[in-house]
Design a binder for this molecule. Structure first.
Ligand code: VG1
Ligand code: CO
Length: 560
């Protein structure tokens, strides 16, 4: 077989966002669009590409298989020696990270738009992960983008076709060199890693009941996303959870019309089933399997910021951390600061990074970070370089098994020890992009006024004094790289915070995220509804930003 060169024209807007390039399927289906972006990834890899091995797989959404075939043809033409492709083109995001690390490949291409709806009218996405298994850092994605703006040609082996539906190894001679494709089991490597990290015996005893303890009933919902086969293997076969407790576990190309985002709005069926059912524990994962939502009996909600803090306080019950020790914690900037309090108490380093998992990678590679998380239902550790939904649920079950308490009791105990960081996030999805930008500019101007610091903002009987206000900027402590304009922060002198950010994962319009946090040490507040406790700050934020005036929205699309 021989490669050929195809002349193309560059496309505008092939700029990776928070987590890869995400656009409508119809955009990717344009002639040359996908090919261009894949070629740009390869060009960005430069000399390292020749003779390399790469991993390819995604969340199984519509257009995924087409994209895999294109990548195979373009990789062959660009001197890649081997591709490890998930069967049917399916690999969860955590599985891609696992496989890159296990087989020491140059990186991987993840075909996902994560929690964005799928199907012919939904979204698609392409993300490059580096040899550490993590999302490419800004320097790499900027380079890829640069290349897309001037790209004029791509290389392809048009006649090359591989049946990716069956596990097999095939080799071809391309331009006189050997090119192979290994179609691999999607679940095996990931499931093996989970077995190494956790004590499956103790989780199994918890779930099945043991020594007079009744079974701890779990309900796991894959939201028709990629985790279906993974939960069947891990929860079903390994841990003995019955099939009827594994819901939406057949992956669908369009996620069955669901918005596969595990939060209180889009995973309402899990919440309702646990609220009205006998379950002690519920978990849901997003389309590509890196996010998690955890709820306890009667649908007691675990806020992701609290989830991170509870796991931080109990990491030592997990065999993996018994071995590695706990090197450090981290959270993204908007994430509630509950974990900081655990770090302080245990005298362990704690970092704050911008939104997006790529910012945790350097700290992990440098051996300074064991556990981290984001308020957006992302939790993970240095076992891989992506957030990991199934891992998070197994970590929670390990903690429950070891403490012998309910999810709610664990949270109440945690707050008694550390106090409670009340946290909420309001998402205004699909707003007009221009108007949203104008609103952000308006807020920033306001914040920059010389007398803004010291301003007293009042709502109901609460008054907050502005201590600091900025557009968040981060300098990576390992390589010194700087990420600026990462969100508008208004910090108050009692530790409360208001943050405004524009999402970087949408495919059209703008999504405004408003994050609100305040800390309470009075136990009488601990069982209160965060919406009540945070109401004054919410009102202050909405008034200050003129959000309704700018966007026309009188309520958010999603409240967490
Ligand atoms: C969102 C979340 C962020 C997360 C990112 C990718 O980004 O806020 O915390 O890392 O999605 O997650 P943004 O820019 O829309 O706020 V995933 O599961 O979509 O890969
Ligand atoms: Co995801």
């Amino acid at each position: 077989l021989a490669s050929t060169i195809v002349n193309t024209v560059s496309f505008e807007g092939q700029k990776p966002g928070t987590s890869g390039l995400r656009k409508a399927v119809k955009v990717f289906q344009q002639e040359h669009y996908t090919e261009n972006f894949v070629q740009a990834i390869f060009d960005a890899l430069g000399k390292n590409l020749e003779g390399s091995t790469l991993v390819v797989g995604g969340d199984g959404r519509y257009y995924g298989k087409d994209a895999v075939q294109k990548i195979i043809k373009i990789a062959a033409a660009n001197g890649v020696s081997k591709l490890l492709v998930g069967q049917d083109g399916v690999l969860s995001t955590p599985a891609v990270s696992t496989i890159i690390r296990k087989y020491k490949t140059l990186g991987g291409i993840v075909l996902t738009a994560s929690h964005n709806p799928g199907g012919p009218n939904g979204d698609f996405g392409i993300k490059f992960n580096c040899e550490n298994g993590g999302p490419a850092p800004d320097a790499v994605t900027n380079k890829i983008y640069e290349i897309t703006t001037t790209l004029k040609q791509y290389k392809i082996v048009s006649g090359l076709q591989v049946d990716i539906d069956k596990i097999q190894s095939v080799s071809f001679q391309v331009d006189g060199k050997t090119f192979s494709v290994d179609v691999i089991d999607s679940v095996q490597d990931y499931a093996a890693l989970m077995k190494e990290i956790f004590d499956f015996e103790s989780i199994k005893k918890l779930i099945q009941g043991d020594g007079g303890r009744p079974p701890f009933q779990v309900l796991i919902n894959a939201m028709n996303g990629v985790t279906g086969p993974y939960i069947k293997q891990i929860f079903g076969k390994e841990l003995g959870v019955s099939d009827s407790n594994l819901v939406n576990s057949v992956p669908k190309e369009d996620f069955g019309g669901l918005h596969p985002d595990p939060n209180l709005t889009y995973a309402a069926d899990l919440v309702n089933a646990v609220k009205n059912g006998p379950y002690d524990f519920g978990a849901a994962f997003d389309g590509d399997g890196d996010r998690n939502m955890i709820i306890g009996k009667k649908a007691f909600f675990v806020n992701p910021s609290d989830s991170l803090a509870v796991l931080a306080a109990n990491l030592s019950v997990i065999p993996y951390f018994k071995k590695t020790g706990v090197k450090g914690y981290a959270r993204s900037m908007p994430t509630g600061a509950a974990v900081d309090r655990v770090a302080q108490k245990t005298n362990i380093e704690c970092f704050q990074v911008p939104t997006g998992w790529k910012y945790f990678g350097n700290l992990m590679d440098a051996g300074r970070l064991s556990l981290c998380g984001e308020e957006s239902f992302g939790t993970g550790s240095d076992h891989i370089r992506e957030k990991d939904g199934i891992w998070a649920s197994l970590a929670w079950l390990s903690v429950v098994a070891s403490l012998g308490k309910s999810v709610e009791e664990i949270l109440l105990d945690h707050w008694k020890t550390y106090g409670r960081n009340f946290f909420t996030r309001y998402d205004y999805e699909n707003c007009d992009a221009d108007k949203s930008n104008k609103m952000m500019e308006y807020i920033e101007e306001l914040m920059k006024k010389p007398d803004f610091v010291g301003t007293k903002l009042t709502s109901q009987s609460k008054t907050y004094v502005v201590k600091e206000a900025d557009n968040y900027s981060y300098k990576d402590p390992i390589d010194g790289s700087v990420a600026s304009k990462q969100g508008l922060r208004i910090l108050f002198d009692d530790g409360s915070r208001i943050i405004f950010r524009l999402s970087g994962t949408g495919s059209s319009g703008a999504t405004i995220r408003l994050y609100i946090e305040s800390y309470e040490s009075d136990p009488a507040t601990f069982t209160q509804d965060p919406q009540t406790v945070l109401k004054p700050l919410v009102d202050i934020s909405l008034t200050l930003s003129k959000l309704q005036e700018y966007t026309g929205r009188d309520k958010p699309t999603v409240i967490t």
